[in-house]
Design a protein around this ligand. Structure first.
Ligand code: DLZ
Length: 158
């Protein structure tokens, strides 16, 4: 595989806006929680690294990735939240369940972002195997949660 041993979570951190007064929600799906907790930890720590205050980061859980849209909506409609980071992991199985979940969540999060005029980040892994997910949740390919957090920060410049 061409991506073997590469950090797939490389991002630029030039010209990031000041986020010291910004408030974030991290919405985390409980399915595949070893992966989603690692992604959420990555996002949380990255926000702190780039200037967010611990008290300004709210972390909530939803049962599965399908519920991320509703969780995101409840967060985005709050006046005390500036950006929402959604974290999930949908592993391909023997059925097409994953396709339905992935498409629904992608569309749902787009809708929430546009409706509430706030950044809503799609931090959902869609791997073929659990190992691929772990590789991207603090493993050999980096942590996609870090990338999700930086995406939220970058979107706050608008
Ligand atoms: C049902 C289901 C399945 C099969 N797989 C996953 C998964 O890999 N990742 C995930 O986050 N959630 C999964 N779910 C649960 C759905 O997201 C949802 O919670 C249920 O369908 C209830 O609405």
């Amino acid at each position: 595989m061409s991506s073997a041993h590469k950090n797939l979570s490389i991002f630029s951190t030039d010209n990031l806006p000041d986020i010291t007064e910004k408030r974030f929600a991290i919405v985390v799906a409980e399915w595949n929680e070893e992966v989603t907790n690692a992604l959420a930890d990555g996002a949380h720590n990255t926000l702190l690294t780039y200037g967010a205050k611990e008290d300004n980061i709210l972390r909530v859980t939803v049962p599965g990735s399908y519920e991320l849209s509703y969780g995101a909506q409840k967060m985005a409609q709050r006046d005390d939240i500036d950006a929402v980071i959604c974290i999930g992991c949908v592993i391909q199985g023997e059925t097409k369940h994953n396709d339905y979940i992935n498409h629904a969540v992608a569309q749902g999060l787009t809708n929430v972002s546009l409706k509430y005029d706030k950044p809503v980040v799609f931090g959902v892994l869609t791997p073929n195997t659990e190992q691929q997910a772990l590789d991207r949740a603090g493993g050999i390919h980096g942590n996609k949660g870090d990338e999700a957090a930086i995406t939220a920060v970058k979107m706050l410049k608008f």
